[in-house]
Design a protein around this ligand. Sequence first.
Ligand code: NOJ
Length: 763
Amino acid sequence: MNKLYLLGLAASLALNTSFAGTYTPPAQGKDAFIDSLMSRMTLSEKIGQLRLISIGPEMTLAQIQNELAAGHIGATFNSVVPWDNRAMQDAALRSRLQIPMFFAYDVIHGQRTMFPISLGLAASWDVAAVARVGRVAGSEASADSLDMTYGPMVDIARDPRWGRTSEGFGEDTYLVSRMGEAMVHGFQGEDVSHADSIMSIVKHFALYGAVEGGRDYNVVDMSPQRMYNDYLPPYHAALKAGAGGVMVALNSINGVPATSNTWLMQDLLRKTWGFKGLTVSDHGAILELIKHGVAVDANDAARQAIKAGIDQSMNDQAYGVALPALIKAGKVPQGEVDSAVREVLSTKWDLGLFADPYRRIGKPENDPADINAENRLHREAARDVARRTLVLLKNANHVLPLKKQGTLAVIGPLGDSHTDMLGSWSAAGLPRQTVTLLDGIRTAVGDQAKVLYARGANITDDRNSIVFLNNIILDHTEVQPDPRTAQEMIDEALKVAASADVIIAAVGESRGMSHESASRTSLAIPNTQRQLITALRATGKPLVLVLMNGRPLSLERENQQADALLETWFAGTEGGNAIADVLFGDYNPSGKLPITFPRSVGQIPMYYNHPTIGRPVEPGKPGNYRSQYFDADTSPLYPFGYGLSYTQFSVSGVALSSTTLKGGGTLDASVMVSNTGTLAGETTVQLYLHDKTASMARPIKELKGFQKILLQPGEQRQVHFTVDENMLKFYNQQLQHVAEPGEFDVQIGLDSQDVQQASFNLL
Ligand code: NOJ
């Protein structure tokens, strides 16, 4: 999206580059150095540090040069190669006080090697694998001269209409927290100042995933209890894991935009959580305070944002234009600006940039000859992680794993799509470096089987959707419909299918459908593809659907039509190989859903840990005045935590070390898990707790622990969880974090519904 604007930047900047090695690193410690630096800064230089610009059409290259040398820009994002960033750093160091700049980017699920989208990563339930993704992405990004990423996104998503569901780790507070921490650790490595580490900026603070109706940028209205118990903990967990900063959300919270929300940014973030670090607005959010209807003009917007505690303003001129006059008029205390500047300088210090502004940029002689060179990718890691993220949703009559023999038909608009495999927010990942499903299957079978291919359908034939999808991604070529009619494409697919032993249909969404601003009112696979699936079903051949999508889809019909369903999200650079590994049984699937799959869009919101209610559904008793839909099943199609394997596991009853727990004590809850099948396999054992009677209605169950284990055929293992008082705490009506004495259920199982249960009393 940004790369178009970079061509020629280095050359252009080089003309004016005079800086060459005259920078002297500070001799003092951090605080003394920043004090001394700030005492020498003019107001204009201070405000410059608060200005974060996007490399894009907004500014010409000559302007960027001049502004940097004048000390009017503190940092940029969207510029991703060392030679461009070196030239900009040279310009920044020509400024009067030689304050280095930093370079940020949205490194969400990879930099050059793309891993599965975050929702897929969460489906691995594999903390070590996710930390590995962060580490690979962090080292690739730093090798590209980047200092910072705007990730991870830890917004809880319980409304799959929201396109950004794909960017987060799903619906559950505990799982999202663990995944977010792992990413932070991975990005930042052992020490964020190291040359191969990048700083993590957790986003979007706060509650962005709860936008009304799943419509992006919409309002969030939420009780404090739900915020504190469900939505806020993942941000806090990421900060406790060391994330250096926070990106502030675009939504309002109970009427007050996050960008001007002093309760959120001052009282909660800085005072209650004790956060010390950088806060950055989201793109253009300060001026959007006018549109929100809480600021009369740019001056008012800037005043409110700085007061709330937004340190850096992303890609708007609000601070630069407004702050000098506001300070002069006494409407903004100098101290508020100084605190923001201090955070920016402190971030640069922590990144090691004052010690060496070229820490991640490196020397020109070490620049890669080819930035996209194959040897800069981490394909082995991408394949290993991707296969752990695939979720087997259905496998009737053991149709999977497939044999590498006979004739296989790969059909569907996603079967040979390089671009979609990348997923949204694909940083510097290149479509041509991805392995499509067709590629992966061909490589896997070699000459042992014949592989045929037909596109079968366009991703969608809806003109408005196509125009939309080609406009949200800048090169306008995301979705290129085949000019043939739907029937012509289906006919071709049926011809291919006729000579095949099995049909593998790759269907779902284009990556742009699960993207920022891409909200949907339907969760169905688009119509053209549904017609294709129906036609393929009618052949009577074994039908395997390989699903690619960035949100839960409503799959009731497909669940009936297909023999097997494999959820593959958008699986990244090695996606095709990883999917083939699972299809042919070279890897036994182990992924579990990090988010509930409803039966229909009408069931939303649907999440597994709903608070208890007075009239829960009681199936099989029509007209019984219960909480249900009369026109459809009230249960999800696939519950949270669900996913099959090619082997079978059984779980014994729950053994508790005691039926009472004293405050401050612990108890052990365990089950015996057995692999009763004939293949080795991994599964995730999940611990849920339920507070049976409390001062508030508590969730019917809440995930509080999980362990991913590998069992050989016939092997058994006792899996232990330690339960302590802290795990029983919740924010009560007074927002006190308490564990209330009484009875608790302990549920352990292989998904949120398939559990064994015991109970104990908290004394
Ligand atoms: C807007 C998005 O909301 C945010 O997630 C992203 O980090 C910024 N743009 C910068 O690209």
